[in-house]
Write a protein that binds this ligand. Structure first.
Ligand code: GAL
Length: 698
């Protein structure tokens, strides 16, 4: 929970407003269109453009021959037009001369094959030649533009680890680095590693660190400790490369912030390890509006990510660095954003703590793979398009949100979503492949709070729990060092924890806890022993039957799908039992009073209906702060940002029908349209209102 009453500083002191703009590639266009770009940017209310992300071959067309003239002009034009540059380092895509001269820059695949030149993001993190060339270009960029009035901040590379699903490089340099990293991690003691990785299995014992190779299709992939450490190492490598890039920028421009754009809960990189590396968190969000079935679920998924990226820096506003103004070109079905959705989806990010709405891309590329990817400026070339109109309308709204800049979201609830746990769950063999769904499960628990309009942080195991009142721990399969103790203290001190099936099973090396699950001492905190787990087939339905007079005060039955843990209550009170099969009548939901707090154990995978009801009751019992007091209609949520003096309330309708929202007793100011709003708020389909009120204290 964040209690600060002052606002955070803006993304850059140069521009204390909401940032609006996006990836701008003037290097792809003749100079004649640049002036028109500037005019259109003004018309769209854009003030911050990401420039030069993939421009290396225009900046250094031949090795050591730099051409900055075009960028000088663009920087000047931005400054002349009261706009700023989020200036990129160009490492994400390499010029042909570089790979031809230094083939070691290209990644090696897991099969040991050096990749050819082409595509982007596919460089080797270790290559000394690549690092040297990156330093050379970054130095020149920093020296040339460090004091330029248009320079707002550094956009370091692009989506580190992206393309090719973040496949790492397996070259000899990377493998050697991995071995050194392991030596460090295991105190240079191979027997410590052998124990941690349980290498007695299948005669996998190593006699020396030199014998270890990265896991891959041609070699070892049954040792989960190895798989996990390789994943951890991949994050370490990417961060090391980021430090390499930023060391130059920080030396020459110490006062200019650096960021690199993250991706939608991106599996290969543990973004919590990144949290202190970047000055500002930024991410690229591409929800599949209208085309993946359910916009409300899609919005909740985007909200999960927004909450995660805000939580990385304990509530500090983040940047939505990329989003699409109309439609992506790579969804299975590329459906256009319906009227209203552009403003709504953009303000969803703001409501969750973004201080920017940036796009990919400003002007639709004329050729190559992104030529049909949504853009502010279409191939038609003028502003009389539906999409441009939507963007310009949003621009007008953002101009009215100066007061929101730097405010934060307060959360009394934390949902735990942890990268090493996720890696371990996907590496393991068990439960059934489709049943694991760790990310989806965390999102489901999070969605229950999002629907109620209750602020929630998405944290990992490194974050302290003390300031939260409710800790939600879905599928806490892995207990990293200190986590069990943290939960124990949290509950003993009066917190409420909800943990599910498949928790407390392994330690940080993926070695199973012995002596009954949940391990690490959590068996006594939750008062249960989780003996075995039944994974039921897709069409099978189990039932959760709530016990009469249970502590939740809920009655009735709920469906259970996929996973059912067979638990024993060892001190916990049974609040619900199974209704079917040979374990009918055994506990499926329990609560243990431990110290001053309560520890709930949800033994089975229910649908969203039960989670909504469970957390609805807990929210009432705990008196958790809701953005609006009244129950919100289906598909409508309300989020709040505050600076302790003013609350900014975003009421958002993700359905295609008009919705009426009860505002209770409060009279709000309408931040965008002016005037007052009270009583019942009518929101059109995909409508959004931004209201303010004097801050309501907890
Ligand atoms: C992002 C990437 C952009 C652009 C966009 C649309 O992931 O950073 O450069 O490719 O996707 O495909």
């Amino acid at each position: 929970m964040h209690t600060q009453s002052d606002r955070y500083p803006p993304i850059s002191p140069k521009c204390p407003h909401m940032l609006h703009g996006g990836d701008y590639n003037p290097d792809q266009w003749p100079t004649e269109v640049w002036a028109e770009d500037m005019r259109l940017m003004k018309a769209a209310g854009c003030n911050a453009m990401s420039v030069g992300i993939f421009a290396w071959s225009r900046l250094e067309p031949q090795e050591g021959q730099y051409e900055f003239g075009w960028l000088d002009r663009i920087m000047d034009m931005l400054a002349e037009n009261d706009a700023f540059a989020i200036l990129a380092t160009p490492s994400a895509a390499r010029p042909a001369w570089l790979d031809a001269r230094y083939p070691e820059c290209c990644k090696v695949t897991a099969e040991g094959q050096r990749r050819d030149h082409g595509m982007r993001h596919n460089f080797c993190w270790s290559s000394p030649a690549f690092r040297e060339k990156v330093t050379a270009i970054n130095t020149r960029l920093a020296e040339r533009y460090g004091t330029h009035p248009a320079l707002l901040m550094w956009h370091v590379s692009n989506e580190y680890g992206g393309e090719g699903s973040g496949a790492p490089c397996y070259c000899e340099l990377c493998q050697a680095w991995f071995r050194d990293w392991l030596r460090d991690r295991y105190d240079n003691d191979i027997e410590t590693l052998n124990h941690a990785w349980w290498t007695a299995f299948w005669s996998s014992r190593y006699e020396s660190f030199d014998q270890i190779d990265a896991p891959g299709p041609l070699g070892e992939r049954a040792i989960h400790g190895l798989t996990l450490d390789w994943k951890r190492f991949n994050t370490h490598q990417a961060i090391d490369f980021y430090r390499h890039e930023t060391s130059t920028l920080k030396r020459i421009t110490p006062d200019v912030s650096c960021t690199t754009n993250f991706m939608w809960a991106f599996e290969p990189q543990d973004y919590w390890q990144w949290a202190n590396e970047v000055d500002i968190v930024s991410w690229d969000g591409y929800p599949g509006w209208h085309c993946r079935g359910d916009d409300v679920r899609e919005a909740a998924g985007a909200a999960f990510n927004h909450d995660l990226f805000r939580s990385l820096k304990a509530g500090r506003p983040f940047m939505l660095m990329e989003s699409v103004p109309s439609v992506t070109s790579w969804f299975p079905v590329c459906k256009l954003k319906r009227p209203g959705m552009h403003k709504l989806s953009s303000l969803l990010a703001i409501a969750h703590g973004s201080d920017t709405v940036q796009y990919f891309q400003w002007r639709k590329s004329r050729g190559a793979t992104e030529k049909f990817f949504g853009a502010v400026v279409d191939h038609v070339g003028h502003e009389d398009t539906r999409v441009f109109g939507d963007v310009a309308e949003l621009g007008r709204v953002l101009k009215k949100l100066d007061g929101v800049v730097g405010t934060t979201v307060r959360s009394e609830v934390a949902v735990l979503f942890d990268w090493p746990t996720r890696w371990a769950v996907s590496a393991m063999s068990g439960l059934g492949h489709r049943h694991r769904n760790y990310l989806g499960t965390c999102m489901q628990h999070h969605a229950a709070f999002w629907t109620m309009g209750i602020g929630v942080d998405v944290i990992d195991q490194t974050v302290a729990l003390d300031e939260y009142r409710l800790a939600v721990l879905p599928m806490l399969y892995m207990l990293r060092p200190g986590m069990a103790e943290k939960i124990e203290r949290f509950v003993a001190d009066g917190g409420t924890a909800v943990m599910t099936y498949w928790s407390g099973i392994v330690d940080e090396h993926d070695l199973c806890h012995l002596g009954g699950w949940p391990g690490g001492g959590l068996r006594k905190v939750f008062g249960v022993w989780d003996e075995e787990t039944d994974a039921i087939c897709e069409d099978d339905v189990q039932r959760l039957v709530l016990s009469e007079g249970n502590e939740l005060g809920l009655a009735g039955e709920y469906e259970i799908h996929q996973l059912c843990a067979l638990i024993h209550a060892e001190g916990a009170t049974v609040a619900g039992t199974y209704g079917e099969d040979f374990y009918a009548g055994r506990p499926a939901l329990t609560v243990n009073h431990y110290g001053d707090g309560k520890a709930w154990y949800v033994a089975a995978r229910t649908g969203q209906d039960f989670l909504d009801d469970l957390y609805g009751r807990l929210a009432s019992d705990l008196g958790l702060r809701r953005t609006l007091d009244a129950t919100l209609p289906q598909g409508v949520t309300a989020r709040m940002r505050t600076n302790g003096e003013t609350d900014y309330v975003f009421v958002m309708n993700f359905t295609d029908a008009v919705a009426g929202v009860d505002l209770g007793e409060t009279t709000f100011a309408d931040v965008v349209n002016g005037g007052e709003v009270a009583g019942r708020l009518a929101l059109p389909a995909y409508g959004v209102a931004i209201l303010s009120r004097p801050a309501v204290e907890a």
